[in-house]
Design a protein around this ligand. Structure first.
Ligand SMILES: Cc1cc2nc3c(=O)[nH]c(=O)nc-3n(C[C@H](O)[C@H](O)[C@H](O)COP(=O)(O)OP(=O)(O)OC[C@H]3O[C@@H](n4cnc5c(N)ncnc54)[C@H](O)[C@@H]3O)c2cc1C
Length: 257
């Protein structure tokens, strides 16, 4: 009972915070799917426009673009059935059954994994797999609001070019913003993937190998991806002398990660 009260009070606190936040709301609000785009073999993005009041939701997803009051984009990795594991429920519904125009019940975005937008010191954004959605949102927010005043290093690891989402968007941002650089790792490049164009290194993220690019004075480090990935990267950063209070992480990914 005491535990239930703690959760109820916590939830109420979030609602109150939501109401006080400019553009925020309490409970659920109807959004509709404004567009659907297959970003890679596994990731879809869904920009949504706002609508009316309504109940319930089933999945957590991060915002993958700089948000506006009535428009949020999310990008969801499709969880296929593999071996004894069934296919993910909501990610497959988003892919297959929900058409453009379908309504979704959306709570106000919450969380403590947030970008310090008032900082001008470098931001190093480190993502594994679908964790890049959050990093794209942070990257776009920095370049939209701070221009080239803040150095950003975008470090991303994925399996290969087939599942490398938002690659073109990242190229575009880098071409327009000399303050942004990227280091991409492919676990195993495919025959179509070009070294130096699509990716730089083969294998998992190795921050020690790229420490001159990745570890910068006064930088903040944002890490998002499967839990083992985040643990490994934060440990590497600490081994490279980064203070833990500069390392920010989001527990992310499906429960199977
Ligand atoms: C803070 C946060 C932010 C997130 N942001 C994103 C995001 O931006 N994009 C994104 O794609 N995901 C994100 N996630 C993950 C997301 O919430 C879901 O976990 C993911 O989309 C899978 O949902 P699902 O309903 O498709 O799968 P589910 O049906 O919940 O299944 C999840 C996994 O468990 C396996 N599974 C289910 N039942 C069983 C069983 N009986 N035995 C064995 N295995 C089983 C499935 O095969 C699948 O791999 C985020 C999670 C958190 C916590």
């Amino acid at each position: 009972m005491q535990l239930a009260d703690i959760f109820i009070n916590f939830e109420e606190g979030l609602y109150q915070q939501g109401v006080k936040t400019p553009g925020g709301w309490k409970g659920w609000r109807k959004f509709f799917i404004a567009n659907k785009k297959i970003e890679s073999d596994e990731i879809i993005f869904l920009p949504s426009g706002s609508g009316r009041q309504g109940p319930t939701a089933d999945v957590q997803a991060s915002i993958s673009d700089s948000p506006t009051p009535n428009h949020f984009r999310i990008s969801v990795k499709r969880e296929f059935a593999t071996g004894p594991k069934p296919a993910g429920r909501v990610s497959n519904v988003l892919y297959e059954s929900l058409p453009i125009g379908a309504e979704l019940d959306v709570s106000m975005p919450f969380g403590d994994f947030v970008l310090y937008i008032n900082a001008t010191t470098p931001a190093v954004l480190i993502s594994g797999g679908v964790g890049l959605t959050t990093m794209m949102s942070m990257l776009k927010t920095i370049v939209n609001q701070q221009g080239n005043a803040r150095k950003v290093v975008f470090i991303h690891a994925t399996r290969n070019g087939y599942v490398h989402a938002m690659k073109e968007g990242l190229f575009h941002i880098i071409a327009e913003n000399p303050s942004v650089s990227r280091v991409v790792f492919y676990e195993e490049a495919s025959a179509q993937d070009k070294k130096g164009v699509d990716y730089v290194h083969v294998g998992g993220v190795n921050l020690a190998e790229i420490k001159n690019d990745a570890v910068l004075p006064d930088a903040d480090y944002y890490i998002c991806g499967p839990q083992p990935f985040m643990k490994a990267q934060s440990k590497s950063l600490e081994n490279l002398g980064v203070s833990p209070d500069r390392i920010h992480m989001e527990v992310f990914g499906s429960p199977s990660d």
